[in-house]
Design a binder for this molecule. Structure first.
Ligand code: IVH
Length: 659
């Protein structure tokens, strides 16, 4: 017993250290698999000894229970906002005011990046994270501890036993933001306008599991109670285990502050998160206290805001593009305008509803913004043109002329023709991308030539190209060497594996992650093709929409024929290694609650047994519980089950059910 307890402590300590190295220092010391192994060992031990489970254990970061609404928390010290300045002149005026208030002493400043996210307040009691709270209106915030816990750079336990409060900015990196929006786009959910909205929205998700899937991050900048200097507090925050933005500078003169602001205005694009300015703070806390605050903002700090990457321009036309899934996407052609050093000619409109929402007509003057998204977007119409023209959604595909169709539950129109060259080209580019079949050299220009020249009509044709290398060499810009390279790349793609092939097929809603989940579960194409929607839905992470699209795709004769051709071309139709023996799905769709101590299995092991048979393990009893598996000393859950008349199964009976 003692040994398990010691091991739990040891593992927690070790995992915390690795998390700190990975998420805060960016300097991992072990491989991911090794980390996972430590985590699994800890989970297994804790599952066997729930009495030793504590909220600061690293296992408690993920998952979590859904909450209903959020309770409020009144801040002891309000979370003030900052006053803004938009030019160096205004910044100097602020510094004049500071100096005149405290007499003309030499003042030290700290300049920090202004992270464009959402601020949160963290409460640590004896070194353990107790509460995570949003800013709210600055006096009262929402307690969102479950969600905050999923942020890996927020330590659940400090490196000391301090009772402190910490404030900082929670944000979503630009890559994570793009991925989130792409995924939302493919699920036809509205996109977030910028990483800040995405981050703030995430904190208010009811289900922490949803938040966990958004890789949120956190930079700490305020420690309460304050020390003597802001610069010292930033160092202490790092020492406590927080991620502190590395680009802060202690400035002995105001010229240093100005230089820092100018430097970062030009360097902001080199960061992989968004900043919208620099926060300048008086370093000495004694001076901060003398300066005090207004009801809105402290007098000892100021935000130097960068010029927004927004501009106004005119919408010259709206064109429609056709994507891989046949989706018709309107795109605005703009009068070229420079935004933060980049000339912008197009803006995405996502779908027709977006045009309605903006009230946009061709000819209007609009405000465009380049945020975290690569493609700029239209924020709003600023001036309606007198001769404005309404956009007419095409009744037929602008590329192939086939009929287009808008399903009741969809926001986009689609071209339904499989032979549409635009769809075909997109399908080839999707197949060739690095995360799918990784065929370097098969870029837009070549795909266009191959498709327009009728050389290929679906991706299986790529694997026949080696039969006729001369035909390829006849294409523009295809020398012997390029042909050789391309054929070698195509050949090598046969080895990338089953999971990438599923991704490459371009089934709607099936991105990299879902392809991985499907490959792992079904192991072979024949099984996947045979799966009914209900069976697909049993797979963890697969919901009804994805289940329906996958099954529809697999039933479509054209797709089945394509898969057959790919198989004959030597592409992998199963995962490596033998297929796992699949137990009888006796618990399919059932919710089962496990309580008490089992003799033969830990709770985690019982969970594995149940899930492998199609069941789900729930933590609490409800009307939907199929039965309760009760071991020794079952506690209050058994009584509740009895009261609700839910079936109770003992270990011996459970064993019989497993066969
Ligand atoms: S100090 C009383 N430091 O900017 C001091 N704020 O526009 C208030 N922010 O509400 C905060 N980076 O959400 C501070 N390095 C930084 C910051 C920062 C981003 C945010 C914070 C604040 C907002 C004001």
């Amino acid at each position: 017993m003692r040994r398990a307890r010691d091991r739990i402590d040891e593992l927690r300590e070790e995992i915390r250290e690795h998390e700190h190295r990975y998420y805060v220092l960016n300097d991992p010391a072990i491989a991911d698999e090794e980390f996972d192994r430590l985590m699994h060992e800890l989970q297994a031990l804790e599952a066997g000894h729930p009495e030793w489970l504590t909220p600061d254990s690293p296992t408690q970061r993920v998952g979590g229970q859904a909450t209903e609404g959020f309770p409020s928390h009144a801040f002891g010290e309000p979370m003030l906002s900052l006053d803004n300045v938009y030019s160096v002149e205004e910044l100097r005026e602020w510094e004049d005011r500071v100096r005149s208030r405290i007499g003309d002493a030499g003042i030290d400043y700290v300049a920090e990046l202004k992270i464009d996210g959402a601020s949160i307040h963290l409460v640590y009691d004896g070194g353990v994270l107790r509460h995570g709270i949003t800013r709210g209106d600055g006096r009262v915030g929402d307690v969102v501890t479950g969600n905050v816990r999923t942020i890996r750079s927020v330590p659940l336990r400090l490196r000391t036993d301090d009772t402190v409060e910490v404030r900082g900015e929670m944000f979503l990196g630009i890559d994570a933001f793009r991925r989130l929006n792409e995924e939302r786009g493919s699920r036809e959910l509205p996109r977030f306008a910028n990483p800040r909205n995405a981050a703030a929205g995430s904190l208010h998700q009811i289900d922490p599991a949803m938040v966990r899937d958004r890789p949120l991050d956190f930079f700490a900048y305020t420690l309460l109670p304050r020390g003597e200097r802001q610069s010292g507090d930033l160092e202490r925050l790092s020492g406590l285990g927080f991620r502190v933005n590395p680009h802060w500078r202690a400035c002995g003169s105001f010229d240093d502050v100005v230089e820092f602001c100018r430097e970062w205005e030009t360097r902001r694009d080199t960061l992989d998160y968004e900043i919208d300015g620099v926060v300048v703070k008086v370093d000495a806390v004694g001076l901060q206290d003398r300066l005090g605050s207004t009801s809105k903002a402290p007098r000892w700090a100021i935000a130097f805001k960068f010029k927004a990457r927004q501009a106004t321009t005119v919408v010259l036309d709206i064109k429609v593009q056709v994507g891989r899934t046949g989706a018709l996407t309107p795109k605005a052609l703009l009068e070229p305008v420079v935004l933060g050093g980049v000339t912008i000619r197009n803006a995405t409109l996502h779908n027709e509803d977006e045009i309605d929402r903006l009230g946009l007509r061709i000819g209007d003057r609009v405000l465009v913004e380049r945020g975290g998204d690569v493609i700029p977007k239209i924020v709003k119409v600023v001036e309606e043109a007198p001769d404005r023209r309404e956009f007419q959604a095409p009744a037929s595909c602008p590329v192939c002329g086939s009929a287009v169709f808008r399903a009741d539950d969809e926001v986009v129109r689609r071209c339904l023709s499989q032979a549409c060259p635009a769809r075909m080209k997109e399908a080839f580019l999707h197949w060739a991308q690095r995360k799918a079949m990784n065929i370097g050299g098969l870029g837009e220009r070549l795909v266009k030539q191959l498709v327009d020249g009728g050389v290929v009509s679906d991706v299986s044709d790529l694997y026949r190209l080696s039969d006729d290398p001369d035909g390829l060499a006849a294409l523009e810009r295809m020398g012997e060497k390029s042909v050789g390279n391309l054929l070698a790349e195509i050949d090598a793609s046969r080895a990338v594996g089953f999971e990438r092939l599923i991704h490459g097929l371009g089934i709607r809603h099936v991105g990299e992650r879902t392809a991985h989940v499907l490959a792992r579960h079904f192991h072979s194409m024949s099984r996947l093709m045979a799966a009914e929607p209900a069976e697909l839905e049993q797979v963890d992470e697969i919901g009804p929409v994805v289940a329906a699209t996958v099954s529809r795709f697999m039933r479509e004769p054209r797709n089945r024929a394509l898969i057959e051709r790919l198989e004959s071309a030597g592409l992998p139709m199963a995962s490596d290694g033998p297929a796992p023996e699949r137990p009888n799905q006796v618990f399919a769709g059932q919710r089962i609650v496990v309580t008490g101590t089992l003799e033969a299995w830990t709770r985690d092991e019982a969970k594995v047994l149940i899930e492998a048979r199609g069941g789900r393990v729930a933590s609490s009893i409800s009307g939907k519980t199929a039965f309760v598996l009760a071991g020794a000393e079952p506690g209050s859950k058994l009584a509740k089950a009895e009261k609700l008349g839910i079936r109770i199964v003992d270990e011996a009976r459970f064993r019989e059910m497993l066969v």
